[in-house]
Design a protein around this ligand. Sequence first.
Ligand code: ADP
Length: 236
Amino acid sequence: MTTKIFKRKSGRKPEEMRPISAKVGIIPNADGSAMYQSGETIAIAAVYGPKKMHPQHMQDPGKGVLRCTYSMLSFSVTDRIRPGPNRRSTEISKIIEWAIEPVLMIDKFPNTVIDVHINIIQADAGTRCAAINAAAMALASAGIPMKNMVSSIAAGKLDKTVVLDLDKYEDSEFEEGEGSTDIPMTFTDDGKLTHIQIDGNITKEQLKEAIEMAKKASKKIYEVQKKALKDTGEEK
Ligand code: ADP
């Protein structure tokens, strides 16, 4: 029996992610900042705070508030995006908060807010994962205590093949057979999931395979994040 070798348009193997890089300390005015790049997708994150939460009625005496603001800049895609918040950016901002909050020791900062502004300066799919990776590094570089680092990557399915890290073509234009399924995920450095979304259909067995593939890749991302933090002497 011959096994069909699945060929991705990018030439990547099913379990191959795009080239990644990371840098910490890119915005001197911020309390912490970082850049994370995956292929053609680039996210930059800047942390301001912890600072007193205003208005006062939004203060939590039990813990600080993590407030993430995700935006895709107008020129980040070829057909310019209308500037300003929209439904998608509001949803992704919340998802970034939920993915990071479990590792953040935010109870140490009652009545405060930690603002994280994430800008996508170039988008080729996987922007929420890049945003989470940049934001987590920026928070660590701001000296916010964290139980773990988090690393985010999508796996998914192209027709019947489980693949890692879908690019824009695979995410939005791939139409062969069963089409594509995109599953962004976030893992702690000890392998626990803090976030998973599923856009499309997938069987239980293939979902397990996709999670394992992403978990393995998250360890590689963690090493890159750790090195970027170490290079500035700001390792968590
Ligand atoms: P993610 O970027 O996390 O994969 P989506 O699946 O919503 O999130 O988006 C996939 C990709 O589609 C984005 O990375 C970007 O390249 C493109 N995209 C999203 N929204 C727009 C938009 N309003 N205009 C043009 N391209 C967009």
